[in-house]
Design a protein around this ligand. Structure first.
Ligand code: NAP
Ligand code: MG
Length: 498
């Protein structure tokens, strides 16, 4: 018998079209459809609904109608259903990984991590919710006090295209666990795995608890954040759109969670094993095709080892296998779309114009049979930290290398960006590692192993990288509101107020 792991791309069957998932089923889109293509080959995969105001309104109404029952469902039952979601995702993961691979253009092998994290998000919150409500009552002078957590209501969630299932799970799991209902707007560039996931949810969750409306950001996304009957905004994507979402939240007095990308420093101390450090650094700037908010995109290398390190980094870059996304041996594949591909290539021009030096890469590569795709070489650029190439999020397999001599100066340099999502440190000296970690303005600091994601650890950004934390219990607070109920045993005596 063949296992799921042996699925090949030609065996993947898509629906002819995916309208919005509302009230437990895919329905006709009221506004027509958008072609959904394979990012690397340009081949048509299916069509997705071009969500607009009407679809969003239907989805919000469905979520509102489902809210009372879902919020009153016991936490044991909600927890059990979320474990069922995790099991279902696990059982269907090989198919979904291939879909997501074709949709995003990213290398297939990477999705093992995406799905491990996504599955674990549902398991983690299924468990976390069971002890979330403990210990919230205490006696008072004339009675007692209870603090209660209540869900917020209908949550609007907007996600980007780079890691669709991680994003879906990280948004949905805490919201569902806390008793909310959801309208999710995935990115139009890569949402087929999310739409297929919706179909799987139809057999698990009550109707209307999760609704998914695909479409363009300025149509479906805008209609969702503008809808008068939502109670929470959660967004991951660019700073520009993040500001817009934050502004809307401010005007409407809605709680908001924002995750807005980064320009993460990766600091190399001189005491490390250079070969191993180069391996870690290469993973740090090429994984997820470089299309990752936590990319280790600024290598700050100690002067004593700079030349040898950079030489080896270049040699390692030459070995990174660029190839078809669906080939499991591929390590770097196609960028999501032409716009993003050109945006990355344009940064190489910006780098040259500001006097930075491209030490390796900087070109688009053709992969036979995949001419549509933007395959971009791993690119190493020697730059000053103040240059645009070292300050702006590129979202491609690009790293800047910069020299340092003084520890205080490198910490200053590491922090001298608008972002603060992640950071990496490589040293064998524990004291230096922890002292540096304490001084870095970043939500996640990875010492000696980049991308050391652990579900259950808070994830989110300092500074322009966002507001709030996801992936752990703190997210339950973000999807709940506290109510204090103070009980007195008796009414006050008559005449108490003179
Ligand atoms: P984006 O425009 O911020 O897109 C993120 C999500 O927001 C998508 O679902 C998008 O829809 C939606 N959206 C866009 N405009 C909206 C609006 N007016 N109202 C509500 N929703 C809206 O990001 P992008 O254009 O895909 O990528 C641009 C840059 O953002 C990247 O180069 C990268 O620097 C950064 N980025 C960061 C992350 C991250 O993980 N933090 C992820 C992706 C991108 P559509 O895409 O369907 O139009
Ligand atoms: Mg977009």
């Amino acid at each position: 018998m063949r296992t799921m792991a042996q699925l090949n791309p030609s065996e993947i069957k898509f629906d002819e079209k995916y309208g919005p998932f509302i009230n437990g089923q895919l329905v006709e889109a009221t506004n027509g459809y958008i072609n959904s293509i394979n990012a690397a080959t340009g081949a048509a995969l299916s069509k997705i609904g071009r969500g607009g105001k009407e679809d969003i309104d239907l989805a919000v109404k469905a979520a509102r109608a489902a809210f009372q029952e879902w919020s009153n469902t016991t936490i044991e039952k909600r927890s059990a259903l979320m474990n069922k979601i995790a099991d279902t995702l696990e059982a269907n993961q090989e198919r979904l990984k291939l879909i997501e691979c074709m949709d995003t253009g990213r290398a297939l092998h990477e999705f093992d991590l995406d799905y491990e994290l996504a599955i674990y998000q549902f398991r983690y919150f299924a468990s976390a919710i069971l002890n979330y409500y403990e210990g919230a009552s205490r006696p008072t002078q004339n009675g007692y006090l209870m603090t209660k957590k209540e869900p917020l209501g209908v949550c609007a969630q907007i996600i980007p295209w780079n890691v669709p299932m991680i994003m879906t799970a990280a948004k949905m799991a805490p919201a569902l666990a806390a008793g909310n209902t959801i309208v999710l707007k995935p990115a139009e560039d890569a949402c087929l795995s999310v739409m297929e996931f919706g179909k799987l949810l139809a057999d698990i969750l009550p109707k209307g608890v999760v609704n998914i409306v695909p479409g363009y950001g300025n149509e479906a996304g805008q209609a969702l954040i503008d809808h008068p009957d939502i109670n929470k905004l959660t967004f991951t994507g660019s700073v520009g759109v993040g500001r817009l979402v934050g502004k809307t939240a401010g005007e409407r007095i809605l709680p908001v969670t924002l995750e807005l990308g980064g320009k993460s420093p990766h600091i190399v101390f001189p005491d490390i094993n250079i070969d191993r450090a180069v391996e870690n650094a290469t993973l740090g700037y090429t994984f997820f095709n470089g299309e990752s908010c936590v990319l280790g995109s600024r290598l700050l290398i100690h002067d004593d080892i700079y030349d040898e390190f950079v030489e080896k980094l270049i040699e390692r870059a030459k070995q990174v296998k660029i190839g078809p996304p669906t080939d499991r041996s591929t390590r770097l594949a196609s960028i999501i779309n032409e716009k993003q591909g050109k945006r990355i290539l344009n940064y190489f021009e910006i780098a040259k114009n500001e006097g930075a030096q491209i030490l390796y890469g900087g070109n688009r590569v053709t992969v036979p049979g995949h001419e549509h795709g933007y395959f971009i070489e791993p690119t190493i650029i020697e730059a000053e930290n103040s240059m645009r190439i070292a300050q702006e999020e590129i979202f491609g397999p690009v790293v800047t290398v910069t020299r340092w001599k003084d520890i205080d100066a490198v910490i200053k340099m590491a922090n001298a960006v608008d972002y603060g999502l992640a950071a990496g440190i490589m040293t064998e000296n524990l004291e230096k590692a922890l002292d540096t970690a304490n001084k870095l303005e970043a939500g996640s600091v990875w010492i000696n192993s980049y991308f050391n994601f652990q579900s259950g650890a808070p994830f989110g950004g300092y500074k322009n990288s966002g507001v709030g934390r996801e992936h752990n219990k703190e997210a339950l607070d973000a999807y709940s509101q506290s109510k204090t109920i103070a009980v007195a045993y008796q009414l006050p005596q008559v005449g108490q107020f003179k």
